[in-house]
Design a binder for this molecule. Structure first.
Ligand SMILES: Cc1ncc(COP(=O)(O)O)c(C=O)c1O
Length: 504
C-alpha cells in the first residue's frame, strides 16, 4: 500500500522533478511505515595565505591548509560497532543511506582509509577563513594567576562564525556533484543552519532548515542570516511534517530539540527524491571533515615548539571536539605525545557522563539507523539551556567508542559557571564566545586554577569553536543575574531510556 502523503508536504512536492517515494521504496527510515595581527605570506604554490601572530612575543609562522582529512577509525585497535538497519537489525548498507546522502559521503561514513583527499574546490573555499588562528590566552593566564599556558584554536573567523562551515562546504559540494538541488537540515543554535545556508549559496542549492523552537525564538538574527544566504527556515516542531505534528499534539508549546528537528528534516528528505539530508554533527563523515582543525593545529603547535598536556573541547554531537582532538589522538596512539583529552558537556544534557552506551535512534521519531552511542534516550528533551547546540540526546558513535576505549575523559558543567568563565574570557581576551564553547572555557579555567594550586606548567589547548555575537540575550540574562542552572532529572532520563530499542 502506498504511504499516505501528508498534505502539508505539498509545497515540497510541487518542486520540479519531485518524486514521492512509495511504500515499496521505503527503507530503514521507516516510521512512515514509512591575537593578533594579520600578516600575508606567499607560499611556493603562488597563493597568499593569512597567518596570524600566535602572541605578541611568539614566533610568527604560517601553516598550509591541510590537503587531507584524517579518519581516526583507521588507527583504532578495535573498530567501532556498525550502524544498524532499524528493521532488520543488520549493518546498514550503502543503498539504505542513499535516500539521505550522496554516494561520496556514504563512502566516507563507512571508510577505513586513514586519510581522505579534500577536493581542491573545497580547499579553495576553506581559504576564505583557513588556516584559523591558534592564540595564546596570555591575559587570561594572568587573570587566573596560573603557571599553565592556555592556547585556543579559534574557529569563529569563518563566515558563519563557527567550525560548522568546515563540513557544510564539502557536504554541499558532494551533493552538487551528484546533481542534487535541495537539501534539508535541522539546526540547534542556528550555527549549523547558517553554515549550510552559506554553503548552499556558494553552490546554488536550495536549503530548508528546521530550527529548534527555543533557539528560533531566542536567536532571530541567526534566522535572518540563514534567510540572507537564501534558506527557508521553519521553527521545529512544525506542522509541516508528520513528526512535528505528533510532537505538537502532545505539547503545543514544545521548546523542540535537536532530535525532533532531525526527524523533521529527515522526513522531508526521505519523502522527496530530489532532496537530500545534511547533518551538522554526530556522523563519521562530519567528524572527518572537522579534522582540518586538529591537523592545522598540530602544525601550528609544532611551529612554536609546544606540546599540549590537556586538550579540552565542548561536545554537543561531538564534531568540534573530534575535529581538534582526533589528529592528536593519532599522535597519542603513535606514542609521540600523551595529552589528556577532555570533553565537556552541559550538566542539563550529559550524554557521555550520564547516558547509557547502547544502540539508539539519532532522532526523536525513530527514523534514522540505530547507532551505538551514549544516549539519554531518543525522546529525551533537554531543558532549554542557552547552549542550544549542545542539546542533543546522544553523542557521536565514534566519540562514544573512543570514550569506551579509554582514550578520552568527560565531565559536565552547569551553565552559570560556563558564563562566569565566558565573562572572564571576554574581559581578558576580548572574544565573546558562543554559549557552547563557554563549557570548554569553564573546564579550562578549572584546569588552570588546579595548576595554580599544584604549580604545574601545563600546556592547555582549548577548542574555541565559535563567537557569540548572535547569542547576546544569553549574556544579558547572565549579566542581569537571571540565568539559572537547570537541574538534570535522572527520572526523566530513565523514562526515556525505557523506550530505547533492546538490541541483544
Ligand atoms: C558554536 C557551536 N559549538 C558547538 C556546537 C556543538 O556541536 P558539536 O559538538 O558537533 O561541535 C554547536 C552546535 O550547534 C555550535 O553551534
Amino acid at each position: 500500500m502506498a504511504k499516505s502523503i501528508p498534505s502539508a508536504f505539498s509545497p515540497l512536492v510541487s518542486r520540479s522533478g519531485t518524486h514521492k517515494r512509495t511504500a515499496g521504496e521505503e527503507q530503514w527510515f521507516g516510521k512512515f511505515s514509512q591575537k593578533t595581527k594579520l600578516i600575508h605570506l606567499k607560499f611556493p604554490s603562488g597563493y597568499g595565505v593569512r597567518a596570524r601572530a600566535i602572541s605578541s612575543t611568539a614566533d610568527v609562522r604560517a601553516v598550509e591548509i591541510p590537503r587531507q582529512w584524517y579518519n581516526l577509525v583507521a588507527d583504532l585497535p578495535i573498530k567501532p560497532p556498525p550502524a544498524l538497519h532499524p528493521k532488520t537489525l543488520q549493518p546498514i548498507k550503502h543503498e539504505d543511506l542513499s535516500p539521505l546522502f550522496p554516494d561520496e559521503l556514504i563512502m566516507q561514513e563507512v571508510s577505513n582509509d586513514q586519510f581522505i583527499d579534500i577536493p581542491p574546490e573545497v580547499i579553495d573555499i576553506y581559504r576564505l577563513w583557513r588556516p584559523t588562528p591558534l592564540i595564546r590566552a596570555k591575559r587570561l593566564e594572568k587573570l587566573l594567576d596560573t603557571p599553565a599556558k592556555i592556547y585556543y584554536k579559534y574557529e569563529g573567523v569563518s563566515p558563519a562564525g563557527s567550525h560548522k562551515p568546515n563540513t557544510a562546504v564539502p557536504q554541499v559540494w558532494y551533493n552538487a556533484q551528484q546533481g542534487i538541488k535541495n537539501v534539508a537540515t535541522e539546526t540547534g543554535a542556528g550555527q549549523w543552519g547558517s553554515s549550510l545556508a552559506f554553503a548552499c549559496s556558494l553552490f546554488g542549492l536550495n536549503c530548508e532548515v528546521w530550527q529548534v523552537r527555543a533557539s528560533y525564538d531566542q536567536k532571530p538574527y541567526r534566522k535572518l542570516m540563514m534567510q540572507t544566504w537564501g534558506a527557508k527556515v521553519h521553527p521545529s516542531p512544525s506542522s509541516i511534517t508528520e513528526a512535528g505534528r505528533k510532537i505538537l499534539q502532545m505539547d503545543p508549546s514544545s521548546p523542540g530539540s535537536l532530535g525532533i528537528a532531525i526527524s523533521e528534516a529527515v522526513e522531508v528528505a526521505v519523502t522527496n527524491a530530489d532532496t537530500k539530508y545534511c547533518l551538522g554533527s554526530v556522523l563519521n563523515h562530519v567528524l572527518l571533515h572537522q579534522t582540518v582543525i586538529g591537523e592545522e593545529c598540530i602544525k601550528q603547535m609544532e611551529a612554536i615548539g609546544e606540546t599540549p598536556d590537556v586538550i579540552i573541547g565542548c561536545t554537543g554531537g561531538g564534531s568540534n571536539f573530534a575535529g581538534l582532538a582526533f589528529p592528536f589522538i593519532r599522535e597519542k596512539l603513535n606514542g609521540k605525545i600523551n595529552p589528556v583529552i577532555r570533553a565537556v558537556e552541559p550538566a542539563a544534557c550529559p550524554s557521555l557522563t550520564k547516558g547509557v552506551y547502547t544502540y539508539d535512534y539519532g532522532d526523536t521519531a525513530g527514523m534514522t539507523p540505530l547507532m551505538k552511542m551514549h544516549t539519554l534516550g531518543h525522546d529525551f528533551i533537554p531543558d532549554p539551556i542557552h547552549a542550544g547546540g549542545l542539546r542533543y540526546h546522544g553523542m557521536a558513535p565514534l566519540i562514544s567508542h573512543v570514550y569506551e576505549l579509554g582514550f578520552m575523559e568527560a565531565l559536565s558543567i552547569p551553565q552559570t559557571e560556563c558564563f562566569e568563565g565566558a565573562i572572564k574570557f571576554a574581559r581578558s581576551e576580548g572574544l565573546i564566545p558562543a554559549p557552547e564553547p563557554t563549557h570548554a572555557i569553564a573546564a579550562t579555567i578549572r584546569e588552570a586554577c588546579h595548576c595554580r594550586e599544584t604549580g604545574e606548567e601545563k600546556v592547555i589547548l582549548m577548542a574555541m569553536c565559535g563567537h557569540g555575537h548572535f547569542d547576546l540575550p544569553a549574556y544579558e540574562k547572565y549579566l542581569q543575574g537571571k540565568m539559572v542552572d537547570l537541574s538534570f532529572e535522572d527520572e526523566k532520563m530513565h523514562a526515556s531510556l525505557a523506550k530505547v530499542p533492546q538490541i541483544a
